[in-house]
Design a protein around this ligand. Structure first.
Ligand SMILES: C[S@@+](CC[C@H](N)C(=O)[O-])C[C@H]1O[C@@H](n2cnc3c(N)ncnc32)[C@H](O)[C@@H]1O
Length: 322
């Protein structure tokens, strides 16, 4: 409870009013040297520079926040416990596949021919909840799954090693999206693990990741470059509203402890309309988004609730048009 009150005070002190923080996309875009309609608060930039100087060398990705990584490192050993701290991610997993199918069915064009198998890039894969499940689908050619946390990646690799069938479809890399070489335009390059070439993917997924990265605009732009024309960039995140503060920070973290304390920084949440604006500003690359709001119902898990994307957790997918 104390941490939430501290957090609210921080928000109010920073913005004067907890409902009107600058957008995470805008502020981080400005920090990345991109135009923003609102300048980021000086305190945020200073804090970010100080944080980064702690342990991330300049050659590391600018999207990586060391505090976030140490938080997730501490959760690594319990990642695959379906009743442990990552249980909400386990429970969300079936909806991820539903949403990807919904996106693909929404469009007459796709990055793959009928009957052709899909190539996935799962960014911020954690212990591999989605990556493993995607790699087991009969419609999957390959899954490349990346995460900057060494400890979580070790857990992911150990878990995947239990199922020999995954060895041919699933590749884990302890990398950020900035470490991956940009894709070539050639359709014939097939090796996703070399340091020199990468091909584009049918699905690039960022599940519950963007609210944990620094410079989200640059991060999204970079991730987008790995999507094939006709393929999809799929993400899930949380809207920045009083409701999400109440449910994800106060109730889930502080009162019932369903999610470990410190997992979420409400200031880094991104609203669905901000994502829409971000992709609308890049019309040469991206089509109209698909959105799917979800609500956690105790005892039942995650359920789609139309309109809830405006207030809490949601899925967001955009198709690359060229
Ligand atoms: C809430 S977990 C989600 C894990 C996984 N996507 C899932 O839903 O099961 C967030 C993950 O994002 C990773 N992460 C944090 N910063 C990142 C960055 N800059 N780039 C990629 N992944 C990052 C963390 O290491 C962590 O594994």
């Amino acid at each position: 409870m104390r941490s939430s009150l501290r957090h609210t005070r921080r928000v109010v002190a920073r913005y004067g009013h907890a409902r009107t923080p600058c957008s995470h996309l805008q502020s981080r875009a400005a920090a990345a040297g991109q135009p923003a309609t609102q300048p980021p608060p000086a305190q945020t930039i200073t804090a970010r520079i100080q944080t980064r100087s702690l342990s991330i060398s300049p050659s590391r990705s600018s999207s990586v926040n060391p505090e976030e990584i140490s938080h997730f490192n501490a959760l690594a050993s319990s990642w695959w416990d379906p009743l442990g701290p990552s249980r909400v991610l386990h429970q969300m997993n079936p909806l991820r596949h539903d949403f990807i199918r919904q996106c693909q069915n929404s469009s007459a064009t796709s990055s793959f021919a009928p009957g052709q198998k899909l190539r996935y890039l799962d960014v911020g894969c954690g212990g591999g909840i989605f990556a493993e499940s995607a790699a087991r689908l009969p419609t999957t050619e390959s899954v490349t799954a990346i995460d900057p946390s060494t400890e979580i990646l070790a857990v992911a690799r150990r878990h995947a090693a239990r199922d020999p069938a995954l060895s041919t479809t699933l590749t884990y890399l302890n990398k950020t999206i900035d470490d991956l070489p940009l894709p070539t335009t050639s359709a014939t390059q097939e090796d996703t693990t070399t340091t020199t070439t990468t091909t584009r993917f049918d699905v690039v997924s960022l599940f519950e990741v963007i609210e944990h990265v620094d410079n989200p605009s640059a991060f999204l732009d970079r991730c987008g470059q790995f999507v094939k024309p006709g393929g999809w960039l799929i993400l899930s995140t949380i809207a920045r509203t009083w409701t999400s503060w109440f449910t994800t920070n106060l109730v889930a973290e502080d009162i019932i402890g369903m999610v470990p304390k410190g997992t979420h920084d409400w200031n880094k949440y991104i609203n669905e309309h901000e994502l829409r604006e971000f992709f609308r500003g890049r019309p040469e690359w991206w089509g109209a988004p698909q959105v799917f709001g979800v609500v956690y119902v105790p005892g039942l898990g995650w359920k789609e609730v139309k309109g809830s994307e405006k207030v809490g957790n949601y899925f967001f997918g955009v198709q690359r048009i060229q």
